[in-house]
Design a protein. Structure first.
Lengths: 102, 337
């Protein structure tokens, strides 16, 4: 009955909310089956960012996917957005059930 | 102690005299700014900010639509064309000043020029409220100008930033920008409100009056409280921006207002209408423009443009500008009309 846990990549992107619409469009194009977006607050190289005011709002995008997709998305973000936009991207290994979903 | 020159009661009386001439809604802005500066934990939740902006945009649209029904459309077309053409001068004046005098990079100069050419709905709302308080009547169709003035400057700004560039690269086509602006909530709600108000007329809207018109000032007050908080949080950006931009943020609205007053007088607008047009020209967008510029000109630093537009120009217009434009419009009307 118990299904096995399998390893997948968790790709996390913390970026300005201005990128939300574009990422929603682009992530599926790179083969991501789904994503979760939430408002985010925090502080970093660009000062305190809060989720309250649109122009200084941040979002956190999380994608569960296999390594190839994660790699493709990361490279894409690097070439397209790293120079002009504020974003932090990181990958981690996670254990999931129903790995075929991701 | 009680005989001292500065007694608490005198101090309070003096404070009251200093702040009394201001529209009460402006005092809410000052309260928000003060709360931000003393790092109060006061925060307006994002959903309330969204809700209030939807309310304000709809209410302004509706009010304009009701007024619009009273004027023949043909009369408006010529005036609207003049207002848009004259308004297009603002970014074209601002850009060379920023790029050559201020030595700002092209993207930054173009983005800031777009912010100053576009308009601020909230400044417009405060201007209307101020005029009502002064017993001054403005032509209702100024709301149409508000809608029309929002986007041309954004287009000019993007063109200025991309001149001589290969174009299209990085997937930043014009289509996306046009969609961002025209499908953006401010245009949808303002135009939608205008249309609904125009179709329904003042009789048809009677049942909605209490919500949209009677409560308007209160809603505006809470919104301004939030804008005060946000403006205070941009102080850091301004420090990085330097004195040139700070000076620009005060001189530019004065130049634009002069252009607005001239245009208003030439078009034969009332004192109220001339004042509001000057206010529109003088205002700098800090909601629609940042969103559009972030997508279209990502290499521009949003801290500079928002810092100047919201940190300096917006409070300047609220506290000094609007009454000054009103005074100037009244004086010049006396001379020329």
């Amino acid at each position: 009955m118990n299904r096995p846990l399998q390893t997948r990549k968790l790709l996390t992107i913390v970026c300005e909310a201005a990128l939300e619409k574009r990422l929603e469009k682009e992530l599926p194009q790179f083969g991501a089956h789904g994503y979760t977006i939430s408002d985010a607050r925090g502080s970093g190289a660009h000062g305190r960012r809060d989720a309250a005011w649109p122009a200084s709002a941040n979002i956190r995008v999380e994608v569960l996917c296999d390594e190839a997709v994660a790699e493709a998305v990361v490279r894409h973000l690097e070439t397209k957005y790293f120079t002009s936009y504020q974003l932090v991207v990181f990958l981690s290994d996670v254990q999931v059930l129903r790995a075929e979903k991701f | 102690m009680a005989k001292g020159i500065v007694t608490p009661s005198r101090l309070f009386a003096a404070c009251r005299i200093v702040f009394m001439p201001f529209e009460p809604v402006i005092l809410f802005f000052l309260l928000g700014a003060l709360a931000g500066l003393i790092r109060s934990d006061l925060r307006i939740p994002a959903v309330l900010y969204e809700s209030l902006s939807i309310f304000l945009l709809l209410a302004i649209g509706l009010k304009g639509g009701v007024e619009l029904a009273r004027y023949p459309v043909s009369e408006l077309v010529f005036a609207a064309a003049c207002v848009v053409l004259a308004g297009a001068l603002i970014p074209l004046i601002a850009y060379p000043v920023l790029a050559y005098l201020g030595k700002l990079p092209r993207a930054d100069a173009a983005s800031i020029a777009a912010h100053y050419g576009s308009v601020s709905v909230v400044t417009f709302a405060v201007g209307s409220t101020y005029l009502i308080g002064q017993g001054e009547v403005a032509e209702g169709y100024l709301t149409v100008f508000l809608v029309l003035l929002e986007f041309p400057a954004l287009m000019i700004g993007i063109w200025l930033a991309r001149r001589g560039e290969g174009g299209g690269e990085n997937g930043r086509g014009w289509g996306k920008v046009l969609h961002e602006v025209f499908a953006g909530k401010s245009i949808v709600l303002l135009l939608g409100g205008l249309a609904i108000g125009w179709v329904a007329g003042s009789e048809g809207l009677k049942p909605l009056d209490k919500l949209f018109f009677d409560l308007f000032k209160g809603m505006l007050a809470i919104f301004l409280l939030e804008m005060g908080l946000v403006a205070a949080s941009r102080i850091g950006d301004l420090r990085r921006a330097g004195w040139f931009l700070a000076g620009f943020a005060i001189v530019m609205p004065l130049v634009s207002a002069a252009l607005g007053i001239t245009t208003g007088l030439l078009l034969g607008l009332s004192v109220g209408g001339t004042t509001l047009l000057a206010t529109l020209y003088a205002s700098a967008s800090y909601i629609a423009a940042p969103a559009a510029m972030r997508i279209a000109v990502p290499e521009a630093n949003p801290g500079l443009s928002i810092g100047a537009a919201l940190g300096i120009t917006f409070p300047f217009n609220l506290l000094v500008g609007i009454p000054a434009y009103h005074w100037l419009a009244t004086t010049l009307h006396g001379v020329f009309a």
